[in-house]
Design a protein around this ligand. Structure first.
Ligand code: 5AD
Ligand code: SF4
Length: 479
């Protein structure tokens, strides 16, 4: 329905500056949505589906915050949704396949709900071939935008709603960071804060620098302000997010360093717990270790992706550390921070990986005693240098992957029960899914504990005694 709105005039009068421009479009969208509700029985329900890492999840929270401000209400059922947005991932091929499957299944819903807007954003939309594929094969996808213009959702949605046409905007890279836009947290008691966007490392297997752009650090004052706001809003735990938190500030002359920033965040009055991820081993400093040591509210968990244990493979991966220097760093962390849990990412089957390289990876797993490890089969990403290198045959990769999985399980089993019988502080996160009357809480070192308790404790910090170790989690009792 046309409500006699002069859309051209609305676009012509939009402020040029951000974030004012986006707030203007949120207000205009809200007006339009209200009219549609009144005259068309428009439900204005939305869903945001996240298919990726914590960065993608954080983008999802931003999309959600903007949609709510535009007058939409969240639902968990795609049949009732008027807007469905996907925050996509493209780190490995299977992430892309998942998206195609999901969007394919929505065709029917689209046909039953005229005017429905299916939108795709995130890393996958920064790849030209993927965008072309979506345009060609999924005509009912009405909104396509990338990682650099998530902040523009209101404007793009307004364009799609007002024109009824497919709206596409992809930007290759940007230096701009738009602050102060709405964001809706999934949990009231914990939140995440971007400290930097993009990555400059260009590990040869990785698509991230191409789809998220060059590293851009936010100003420390903006980060601190956001963290303080979260605390004031009842958040007990904040996670600082960056592709490589350790290089935070390198792109801003005279900037605060990551250890300084982390200390400042941990010292915010009322900040109960701070986490951070991810730490590239090549620039994890002694200063950072000392900051963790002197701040008990910094989580006792370091995620330290090793990717491979072979110095030769690490060199080809462009990781800038060796087997020996990685192990040296692990030893240093274990000595200085004995209560820290160490987790990692490992890739199997990187091009040219020889059996002896793989043995080096197994060696490091044995020596580092990771608390847990995410293991991945190398996935060829078009446009990355490794895609042109000689690939390892699939059957060999599969064999190595199974062997690695067994080694990782053995190594993490050695850490099991490390905190058994201790009384620890946990953040109570949710009702236990499998056992009535039980709650689930997270230890500082990221391990979970299940214990009997009242739902009212969700979102609070509690002391729990760890009674029984079940490998990856504990059973405990409230103290
Ligand atoms: N293939 C397999 N795993 C990859 N990762 C990144 N790129 C690839 C790829 N092409 C893994 C790395 C990284 C994690 C987030 O994903 O281990 O740390
Ligand atoms: Fe990818 Fe390497 Fe950057 Fe991590 S540090 S996002 S693996 S390029």
């Amino acid at each position: 329905m046309n409500y006699n709105i002069d859309f051209k005039e609305i676009f012509d009068h939009a402020p040029v500056e951000e974030p004012e421009r986006q707030y203007y479009f949120m207000d205009r969208t809200r007006e339009l949505v209200e009219m549609k509700k009144q005259y068309e029985g428009y439900a204005a329900h939305f869903m945001v589906e996240v298919m990726g890492c914590q960065m993608s999840a954080k983008d999802g929270e931003k999309l959600q915050g903007i949609l709510e401000r535009c007058g939409y209400t969240m639902t968990d059922n795609d049949r009732d949704s008027d807007v469905i947005l996907f925050s996509t991932c493209t780190i490995r091929e299977n992430a892309n396949m998942k998206l195609y499957g999901r969007v394919g299944r929505l065709k029917h819903q689209y046909e039953n709900r005229p005017g429905m807007i299916i939108g795709i954003t995130g890393c996958m939309m920064q790849e030209k071939d993927e965008v072309e594929g979506i345009k060609k094969h999924y005509p009912y996808v009405k909104l396509i935008f990338g990682t650099h213009n998530v902040y523009k959702l209101a404007e793009l949605l307004y364009a799609a709603l007002s024109s009824g046409k497919r709206t596409i905007e992809i930007i290759d890279d940007t230096k701009m960071i738009v602050e102060d836009l709405p964001s809706d947290r999934k949990y009231k008691f914990k939140g995440s804060v971007n400290i930097s966007y993009g990555c400059n490392n260009f590990c040869t297997y990785c698509i991230v620098p191409y789809v998220r752009g060059r590293e851009k650090s936010r100003n420390a004052t903006d980060i601190l302000r956001e963290c303080e706001k979260l605390v004031a809003d009842g958040c007990l735990e904040v996670t600082l997010l960056g592709q490589n938190v350790n290089s935070y500030g390198n792109d801003i002359p005279g900037s605060t360093s990551f250890p300084e920033l982390l200390a400042a965040v941990a010292e915010i009055p009322g900040m109960k717990r701070v986490r951070f991820m991810t730490s590239n081993p090549k620039d994890l400093s002694d200063e950072l270790i000392q900051v963790i040591k002197t701040h008990p509210n910094i989580a006792r968990h370091i995620h330290l992706p090793m990717q491979s244990g072979s110095s030769a493979v690490l060199k080809k991966m462009n990781r800038h550390y060796t087997k020996e220097s990685y192990l040296e760093l692990v030893r240093k962390i274990r000595t200085e921070l004995p209560d820290v849990s160490l987790t990692t990412d490992i890739i199997v089957g990187f091009p040219g990986e020889r059996d002896e390289d793989f043995r080096d990876t197994l060696d490091v797993v044995k020596e580092a005693h990771f608390d847990s490890a995410f293991t991945f089969i190398y996935s060829k990403r078009t446009g990355t240098p490794a895609a042109k290198m000689e690939q390892v045959p699939e059957d060999i990769v599969k064999e190595r992957f199974d062997e690695l999985l067994a080694a990782v399980q053995k190594s993490s089993a050695e850490n099991e029960g490390r905190d058994l019988h201790h009384e620890v502080e946990v953040l109570v996160e949710e009702k236990n899914q499998n056992q009535d009357g039980y709650l689930t809480g997270r230890l500082s070192n990221n391990i979970l504990v299940h214990f009997k308790g009242n739902e009212e404790l969700i979102g609070t910090m509690q002391k729990v005694r760890l009674d029984e170790s079940k490998g990856f989690y504990y059973f405990g009792t409230l103290c």
